[in-house]
Design a protein. Structure first.
Length: 392
């Protein structure tokens, strides 16, 4: 039997049907919510992709350095300053100074550093400031870095001639002693104090080491002046300490002088002085540590090529050498195997030479001795020995 259609349309839904409808509704809601959530997430991510990127920090730059590059005559205890284009980070790497100077770095102004030395640099030293760059270099508080390292060099001024004389007198390279005034010190016992004294020597008094010091030798001395006596003492010190012998004050002298001062290393050769008399019979007299130790007859230069008058120092020595030059008549000479040669002024030297007689002008400017006497003189003479030639 067929049911009527109207009865079918009006029949209430079963419990199964109601559950099915409810489930479909929940799924629809969840589906709608899911779409909204995805849409919301997608919108947020898109917004983030469209937001502007962070601006990178500007590179750090060095604006100024003091002392400036190439500066000379810089004070040994000068502060070092560096100014940057922006403040530095709290733990930024610091610059370095070579050769090393004791001291410390500190912040200086809003974008700077300052180095405060606790000891002076050596006289005539060339100091180089290196400000590190790159990934391991200095960095700013905002993150900027110095792209490449910066190097700045300067030269420290010379030390005091008086300071050199004080040290050389204490070590026996001068025929004088030096005593500090009350409250002053001869060698402080600290590197810091000794370096400071190189620039500002303490007050004190020089005195002749020997009462018998020749008058001509006394006349060659002037405190605080880089004269022949001081130059000779410097040459003697340099040769004794393995340095090239320069009569001028150079950078290599100061560190070796500082070491000798700290160690109290004395001159092992004592002090010798050579006096040449052109009063006939001409002679050479050697004075050593307070007494005359040797005298020899000598020949000096003829009228056409006289021996220079004055005070000089021995700067070059040969136990045997070849001497050559031009005679007054224009001819040339070559003398091989000349013995016991001590050059003191250009090509003029004290040396041995065979002559029939001695005691009057015969040479071309040198001070000639009998060869056996020259061998004795050689043992007393040294690099830096002063030689005074008196007029006839």
């Amino acid at each position: 039997m067929h049911s009527a259609p109207s009865a079918y349309r009006t029949t209430a839904p079963s419990r199964y049907a109601r559950r099915r409808v409810a489930l479909l509704a929940v799924c629809a809601v969840l589906a709608a919510g899911g779409v909204l959530a995805v849409a919301a997430f997608s919108t947020s991510a898109h917004a983030r992709r469209l937001s502007p990127a962070s601006t990178p920090a500007a590179p750090l730059r060095v604006i100024a350095v003091g002392p400036s590059a190439g500066a000379t005559n810089v004070t040994g205890s000068a502060e070092v300053t560096v100014k940057f284009s922006a403040p530095l980070a709290a733990h930024s790497p610091l610059p370095a100074i070579t050769p090393r100077i004791p001291g410390r770095w500190e912040r200086h102004g809003p974008a700077g550093l300052r180095f405060l030395p606790s000891a002076a640099a050596l006289p005539l030293s060339t100091e180089t400031l290196t400000i590190p760059g790159g990934a391991a270099g200095v960095r700013g508080a905002a993150g900027g870095r110095l792209r490449t390292a910066v190097h700045v060099s300067w030269q420290v001024r010379n030390g005091s001639v008086l300071a050199i004389q004080q040290v050389l007198a204490r070590l026996g390279y001068l025929p004088l002693t030096w005593t500090p005034d009350a409250g002053q010190s001869a060698g402080t016992g600290s590197t810091q104090g000794d370096l400071a004294a190189f620039y500002a020597p303490p007050a004190g008094r020089f005195a002749w080491r020997y009462q018998s010091t020749p008058r001509t030798l006394r006349a060659a001395w002037t405190p605080g002046v880089d004269n022949r006596m001081t130059a000779g003492a410097i040459v003697a010190f340099e040769r004794r300490n393995g340095l090239p012998a320069y009569s001028s004050i150079r950078s290599v002298l100061w560190p070796v002088l500082l070491t000798a001062e700290r160690n109290g290393t004395p001159n092992p050769e004592g002090y010798t002085y050579a006096l040449v008399s052109q009063a006939q019979p001409e002679s050479l007299t050697l004075w050593h540590d307070g007494r005359d130790v040797f005298t020899s007859v000598a020949n000096t230069g003829i009228a056409a090529t006289p021996t220079p008058v004055g005070t000089f120092f021995i700067y070059l020595r040969f136990a045997s050498t070849t001497m050559q030059g031009q005679n007054p008549n224009g001819s040339y000479y070559v003398d091989h195997g000349v013995r016991w040669v001590n050059y003191f002024d250009g090509g003029d030297a004290i040396h041995g030479f065979i002559r029939a007689t001695y005691g009057f002008p015969q040479s071309l400017g040198c001070v000639e001795l009998p060869v056996s006497n020259a061998a004795v003189a050689w043992r007393w003479l040294h690099y830096g020995t002063l030689v005074t030639v008196l007029p006839a």
